[in-house]
Design a protein around this ligand. Structure first.
Ligand SMILES: Cc1ncc(COP(=O)(O)O)c(C=O)c1O
Length: 453
């Protein structure tokens, strides 16, 4: 199909995600037709270095991998689909290999998006509350700045005002607690001189709500779209001890961090913490197939088979496309490629290189107020003034990412998360990235900031 036809069909008929379409009346959308390694090609034949793994932390192995395609094709020839009330070979095998990486978590529930995986986790908590502790432990605490998905339940547990505005009313029983970003400490403290108030705030919220009403807390291990926020080392152990004290389940949302992005198999494994529920999606099959999982402890799972005589006792949930076998087949292959090619080592080595380069850029450009990250998951927060920390405007941030794009380097930015505070540049190249790629990415950002400030 000609480039012109693709673009006209897109302009006429596609409603793009997170897009104000007025601009596309006078400009063409970027339509990508091919990818190989770290590079994607648009319909005009222009090539771009992708520092975003597909825009949203997904194509973690890079593009155009025949080994991934072959694994999926082989599975589709055997059997493409079977409803999740039955078993499948890749479903069984991937669940085994995945839970080998998550000690203390032994059960895998399949679905097909990050939002859906989180909804499953919430439904487990809500249903468990009915037959546990007098039916009251149903509330779910989430954190300001975290994102847990696009569906109304997942959005009800999201702490990003611009993402939420106009989509209410939200589901009841979701309660917010403060974020843990030291650069913008909600308690006005400094790390080293504080008492990790951001973690202890969980206890305050549990007490305010009533401990017998709180079922779980859902947290990103490192907040992603909310600004790449790794907590301090003390944070998660405090959170876990509060959860244990009040019999509250700890649900960690690994939709972005899962399967290697931070240099460990899971983001939470950078910290001393044992979750009860883990959800993951995005990079799980490196974008070659849709899959998400809700992984639970055996203790959570056991609760749903205690009373077989009661038709309401089992988890009465389903996900049609959770039965597509391409998902676990692709996830299994992804896992084996990461192991076989020692890609976690590359994530750590290249991640260190990337963050060092960002720190160098920070020394050069006063608008870089803060640099944060772990592994190949980094952010640079842009400010008008380092002293006041006033966020750089959305327009200026867009000008910087737009300049990079013009120069054929795709970097990310926080997008429509917070009113007047979408000011974090996002860097998440695929796990196969090299020093040369990172040098090109940094050079593009350096030029973009120089030209636009
Ligand atoms: C931390 C986190 N959780 C959940 C989701 C929702 O995932 P999905 O878009 O696959 O529904 C996202 C998506 O960006 C995310 O970043």
């Amino acid at each position: 199909m000609s480039d012109h036809t693709i673009i006209q069909n897109d302009k006429k008929h596609v409603w793009h995600h997170l897009t104000q379409h007025k601009a596309l009346e006078t400009a063409d959308p970027l339509v990508f037709v091919k990818g190989k390694g770290m590079v994607v090609t648009d319909s005009k034949g222009d090539e771009y270095l992708d520092a975003t793994s597909g825009g949203v932390w997904t194509v973690n192995l890079g593009y155009g991998r025949d080994d991934m395609v072959d694994a999926i094709a082989d599975q589709l020839r055997d059997i493409p689909y079977i409803a999740g009330s039955f078993g499948s070979e890749p479903g069984a095998q991937f669940a085994k290999e995945l839970t080998d990486l998550t000690p203390g978590l032994d059960r895998v529930y399949y679905s097909n998006s990050g939002s859906e995986a989180n909804e499953k986790g919430y439904k487990m908590v809500r249903q468990r509350a009915h037959s546990y502790n007098g039916g009251k432990k149903h509330k779910i605490i989430y954190r300001d700045r975290d994102y847990h998905g696009t569906t109304i339940g997942a959005l009800s547990s999201t702490g990003q005002n611009q993402r939420k505005t106009q989509y209410g009313p939200f589901a009841p029983g979701f309660v917010e607690m403060p974020h843990c970003c030291c650069y913008r400490c909600p308690f006005g403290k400094k790390y080293g001189e504080c008492n990790i108030e951001c973690a202890h705030a969980l206890e305050t919220v549990i007490q305010q709500e009533g401990p017998d009403t709180v079922g779980s807390v859902v947290l990103e291990p490192i907040t992603a779209g909310g600004g790449v926020i790794p907590p301090v080392p003390e944070y998660f152990p405090i959170i876990e001890s509060i959860c244990r004290k009040y019999d509250v389940l700890l649900h960690i949302d690994e939709v972005v961090c899962g399967l290697g992005r931070t240099g460990k198999w899971f983001g939470y494994q950078n910290y001393e913490v044992q979750p009860d529920i883990v959800t993951t999606a995005k990079g799980l099959a490196a974008g070659y197939a849709a899959i998400s999982v809700t992984i639970t402890s055996e203790k959570v799972f056991e609760h749903f088979k205690q009373n077989p005589a009661d038709p309401l006792s089992s988890f009465r949930d389903i996900s049609t496309f959770g039965g597509c076998t391409a998902g676990p087949a692709a996830a299994l292959k992804t896992l084996n490629i990461i192991k076989g090619e020692n890609l976690l080592d590359n994530v750590n080595t290249m991640g260190d290189y990337l963050i060092d380069k960002l720190f160098e850029l920070q020394e050069k450009h006063p608008i870089i107020g803060d640099v944060r990250g772990k592994g190949l998951f980094c952010g640079a927060e842009l400010v008008k003034d380092r002293k006041t920390k006033e966020p750089l405007s959305d327009e200026s941030v867009i000008a910087i990412t737009g300049h990079c794009l013009k120069n054929k380097v795709m970097i990310g930015r926080s997008n429509r998360n917070f009113v007047n505070a979408n000011n974090v540049l996002l860097f998440s190249p695929a796990f196969i990235t090299t020093k040369n790629d990172i040098d090109s990415i940094i050079q593009a950002v350096d030029n973009a900031i120089t030209e636009n400030t």
